[in-house]
Design a protein around this ligand. Structure first.
Ligand code: 5AD
Ligand code: SF4
Length: 444
């Protein structure tokens, strides 16, 4: 068996892509290893969204290069180094120039060509570059069956973005919005369910812009809810603009659709939202959240924020804090604005000093942290249906997820993995819950 090491950076779409790369390479005799030392093929599946993420790739490549040299010195064969993902898409051949130990570069729409690229890279340096935009061709070429480990899985249903937020590289690295045909998604979902998957998270850069079936994402979710064995459905990431009535209604009446929604707003000031080209105001976002909560009152809201976008004054930042206070989030991700080459915002006047961004990020995180903790603490005393995902770190301990995506720790027998069981929540912590089984269950 040849040893394959894949390191994944960035978003869940990359996690899905990494799994699919392993599926493509398995028939060629590659098996996964979790140590890059001595591996026959090392794939870095990269992220371009912020400068830090991109820089990490180059420092990692420095280390991998030394491993490649050690393997060659030991007479243990050749290590092939591949750079995949969004840095590959954005920087292409530049990567091979900057780090000559790299054998091939493959964009997010081209990794079905990995076997061919590996062969070509060994024939002639410089031929191992593929960065076309054709998600359709890629999905057609991917093996139908997936290797599954666990009871939850990601399932990509949509790729790309046409929104062109002025800070974001995604429309350039992932291309235009494209939806997978519903039939292919249903086939993949049935296949996952047959292998024991109980929960799928539908992925897309703009997942609620999905239009691969009449009726959009709401219709797709309704079809998926009928798949035998699939009990829980989630989707991410959504744009407020594409949150239509049908999808809101689905949250109200589909028990399989979990009460958790990641709906990034990015900022709370209308001036900044306009400069970001977000196409919504703080007010329209708040009204949208109200409509979603009217349909599903217990829904846990999650969000992304950027602090320090060019031109952000203290009072604009204060508007972000006000919006957070008004919505009350169960979880959130916040980032300092990162100036990305080629994006409109990178050329805007009023770039914000690092110290100001640091200070704002700290204040925002403090507020979001309080909200998350309060949300978790509020679960204490409730009985929640928990999907048991895996044995815990200690013997006799289990790890699962609440409907609100909170990790739950409890004691119980291993055979409960894959089941949804009632759990009484005892304590809510900052990032997780502790609970106990409601009744002692007999071994299956
Ligand atoms: N700087 C900081 N954060 C960014 N994001 C996207 N582009 C940038 C950038 N240039 C954040 C947004 C998005 C999340 C995935 O990453 O909040 O929702
Ligand atoms: Fe980037 Fe905006 Fe598209 Fe999200 S909606 S991927 S932030 S351009």
């Amino acid at each position: 068996m040849k040893r394959l090491y894949i390191k994944t950076y960035g978003c869940q779409m990359n996690v899905y892509d990494s799994e699919r790369m392993a599926d493509v390479l398995r028939p060629l005799g590659y098996g996964m290893t979790d140590d890059p030392e001595g591996a026959d093929l090392v794939v870095l599946n990269t992220c371009h969204i912020r400068e830090k993420a991109t820089e990490k790739v180059y420092s990692e490549l420095g280390q991998i290069k030394r491993m490649k040299a050690r393997k060659a010195e030991a007479g243990d064969g050749v290590m092939t180094i591949a750079v995949a993902g969004c840095v590959a898409q954005a920087e292409g051949a530049e990567i091979m120039k900057r780090q000559p130990a790299v054998d091939l570069v493959v964009g997010p729409q081209a990794y079905h060509q990995l076997p061919e690229l590996i062969a070509r890279a060994h024939r002639a340096k410089g031929e191992g570059l593929a960065a076309e935009f054709s998600p359709e061709e890629k999905f057609d070429a991917l093996p139908e069956t997936r290797h599954v480990s666990g009871v939850t899985a990601f399932l990509t249903v949509q790729e790309g973005c046409d929104k062109f937020c002025t800070f974001c590289v995604v429309p350039y690295t992932r291309g235009a919005e494209w939806s997978r045909p519903a039939e292919a998604i249903l086939t993949e979902a049935r296949n996952l369910a047959e292998k024991g998957v109980r929960e799928v998270t539908l992925l897309g850069q703009n997942v609620n812009a999905y239009d691969g079936a009449p009726g959009g994402l709401a219709a797709l979710v309704r079809q998926l809810a009928k798949v035998d064995g699939l009990d829980r459905i989630r989707y991410t990431t959504s744009h407020p603009r594409d949150m239509d009535e049908a999808l809101i209604a689905a949250h109200g009446d589909l028990p399989e659709l979990m009460p958790y929604l990641h709906l990034p707003v990015q900022a709370g000031s209308d001036k900044i939202l306009k400069a970001m080209n977000r196409d919504h105001t703080a007010e329209s976002y708040l009204r949208l959240v109200e409509r979603i909560r009217a349909a599903r009152p217990d829904i846990a809201m999650s969000c992304d924020f950027i602090v320090g976008f060019p031109g952000e004054r203290e009072k604009d930042f204060q508007a972000t804090l006000d919006l957070v206070t008004e919505v009350n989030y169960a979880s959130a991700f916040s980032f300092k604005y990162s100036r990305r080459p080629g994006t409109p915002a990178s050329a805007m006047p009023g770039q914000i000093a690092e110290e100001v961004m640091d200070e704002r990020l700290q204040r925002l995180n403090a507020l979001l942290g309080q909200q998350q903790q309060a949300f978790n603490e509020a679960q204490a005393g409730k009985v929640l249906p928990v999907l048991i995902e895996k044995p815990g770190r200690r013997e006799g301990q289990l790890g699962g997820r609440s409907p609100y995506l909170q990790p739950v720790h409890l004691d119980g027998p291993d055979h409960l993995v894959g089941q949804i069981v009632p759990v009484r929540i005892v304590t809510g912590h900052k990032g997780s819950l502790t609970g106990e089984l409601v009744q002692a269950l007999e071994p299956a």
